[in-house]
Design a protein around this ligand. Structure first.
Ligand code: AMP
Ligand code: MN
Ligand code: MN
Ligand code: MN
Length: 284
């Protein structure tokens, strides 16, 4: 059985594997395809695709966008996007600028709390491309202000904690526009991670599918077989295709492995084949 992984991160966002290392590792694990879906950037795509060519493994350009739906943040993964699309690149750049402003403001809050940390400390803990709270947390641990990444979030930068600042996100509609405009398929990432009741989740899926959502992550590292069944049923109700991936982050999510997640994940190649067909239909 051929397996794939359609949700992964590299050092271009908050993963610890460089794009080519990620592809090499996927090959080693026997996967036949992976999608690189870094947060807010496609800058790793060229390197990943090159490595894919050399190693004989399919690499799909993707991206993960944080968006607002009502008053919650939901993540939309774009698959098969044209990573040279100028409109997309311009909008992603703007997102990263906003991100950097927010990072600077959070670092200032930390400094006001008496913590000796600056932007360079945080950049040192990142791949230098897209900087997120994951890297601020790492810097806090490295400098001894927290015993673990988790503690850094609990004490300082988790939602509602003293140095937390809400991020200005894209609207979900805008994320669909960007993904579709660059030839991609829009996927709702980790639908159960938002901890929504069935009623709210169904309302959301109804709105998103009316607005152009194409697929949903049925397969995800944390999903039990009951979860898979539940999300499949929702997907069928709203006419969404199935997608799936591990959300691999390397050492930044220890124990979560590429392809197999926490051990039970399995995304069959036919899932990818169906998504490719769908892409063909969307793009005429
Ligand atoms: P940002 O996009 O800057 O808000 O940062 C989000 C990053 O922080 C993602 O990589 C999340 O996985 C990570 N993150 C958020 N909350 C936690 C938490 N409680 N523990 C560990 N990582 C977290
Ligand atoms: Mn992440
Ligand atoms: Mn996500
Ligand atoms: Mn992700």
């Amino acid at each position: 059985m051929n397996l794939v992984d359609l949700h992964t991160h590299s050092t271009h966002s908050d993963g610890t594997f460089a794009p080519k290392e990620l592809v090499r590792y996927a090959k080693e694990k026997g996967l036949t395809a992976i999608a690189l879906t870094d947060h807010d950037t496609v800058s790793g795509a060229g390197e990943a695709k090159q490595a894919g060519k050399e190693l004989g493994i399919e690499v799909i350009s993707g991206v993960e966008l944080s968006t607002d739906y009502s008053d919650i943040e939901i993540h939309i993964v774009g698959l098969f996007i044209d990573d040279k699309n100028e409109y997309l690149l311009k909008e992603l750049e703007e997102l990263r600028t906003k991100r950097n402003e927010r990072n600077g403001n959070m670092i200032n809050r930390l400094r006001e709390l008496g913590i000796d940390i600056n932007l360079d400390d945080v950049i040192e803990c990142s791949g230098g491309k897209v900087i997120s709270r994951a890297h601020i947390a790492k810097a806090l641990v490295k400098k001894g202000y927290a015993g673990s990444i988790n503690e850094a979030f609990e004490r300082y930068i988790g939602a509602g904690k003293p140095a937390y600042i809400k991020r200005e996100n894209l609207s979900w509609r805008k994320s669909f526009e960007l993904i579709h405009n660059s030839g991609g398929v829009a996927v709702l990432a980790h639908p159960l991670q938002y901890k929504l009741g069935t009623k709210f989740l169904q309302q959301m899926l109804s709105d998103l599918s009316d607005g152009g959502l194409n697929a949903i992550e049925v397969y995800y590292s944390t999903h039990t077989s009951a979860d898979i069944k539940y999300v499949k049923r929702l997907a069928d109700m709203y006419g969404l295709a199935y997608s799936g991936g591990s959300d691999f982050h390397g050492e930044n999510k220890p124990k979560l492995d590429l392809g197999c997640g926490y051990g039970k994940l399995e995304v069959r190649e036919e899932i990818l084949d169906n998504l490719k067909k769908l892409r063909g239909e969307i793009n005429g």
